[in-house]
Write a protein that binds this ligand. Sequence first.
Ligand SMILES: Nc1ncnc2c1ncn2[C@@H]1O[C@H](COP(=O)(O)OP(=O)(O)OP(=O)(O)O)[C@@H](O)[C@H]1O
Ligand SMILES: [Mg+2]
Length: 274
Amino acid sequence: MEIKGSLLETKLSFTDGHHNPDRSTKMLVENVHFWYGEKQALKSINLEIFDREVTAFIGPSGCGKTTLLRCLNRMNDVHIEGRMEGRILLDGVDIHSDHIDPPELRQRFGWVAQKPDPFPDTIHHNVIYGALIHGLVSTKAEQEETIERALHQAGLWDEVKDRLHEDGTDLSGGQQQRLCIARALAMSPEVILMDEPCSALDPTATARVEQLIDELREHYTIVIITHNLQQAARVSQRTAFFHLGEMREVGDTLDIMTNPADPLCLAYVTGRYG
Ligand SMILES: Nc1ncnc2c1ncn2[C@@H]1O[C@H](COP(=O)(O)OP(=O)(O)OP(=O)(O)O)[C@@H](O)[C@H]1O
Ligand SMILES: [Mg+2]
């Protein structure tokens, strides 16, 4: 079979392409449907997301990837017209249970957007702001410690340690995206949701963020949406393919990229569709 851009080689160069046999479930999506008013955006989605693993969502534009990502941390609650059916569990607990407080729930997630979106403020404030307003840090020493840890984890410390009081918006695009990742990490999330995090970055900055994602999976569960199949192949252990609101196939990334069962998924990963 012809594999687009030698995805198989890409995969093999990064990880062995197969999951850790001792994986455990972090999130469970059970029979989820979602509507924007009359329009159904997700149909009967069933998906297991494993702890400390990277799951990639792929599929053509408008197939529901962002909608599902926003269901995972209840960001879709803000849509007056939005309605979800089904269940989503985080560590076995239904995220819509009465005792769950949505802001507290969202704190367990980091969100990295398509375009780096630092606040027009210093690097220092960008990293610590969320942790401060949520009361996760109090003393000056705790703040400095958290900033240094988050910037280290985001692979940005060496580049910014001497300019923490300069504007975050003065950094390069790739640095800004790593700053946004540091901002998410400062909140000590459990799951990091990334919606096309490299789509505004050049190839060098993209490679740096991909390497970072690979490092972060040691400690965090990551879900990444990408239109770049090479990227899905490089960074994820598991891939879910979506089409018109349905999840057509999910499996180990290597299997999805090289030998998918679903004909539409095969057409998509071989570049004949989408
Ligand atoms: N706020 C909204 N109001 C109404 N319809 C919406 C809204 N957001 C998304 N939709 C619709 O829901 C469907 C799924 O959209 P979604 O953004 O989840 O797709 P996607 O797979 O993330 O697409 P892309 O790859 O272009 O980002 C699309 O038909 C879209 O038009
Ligand atoms: Mg989207």
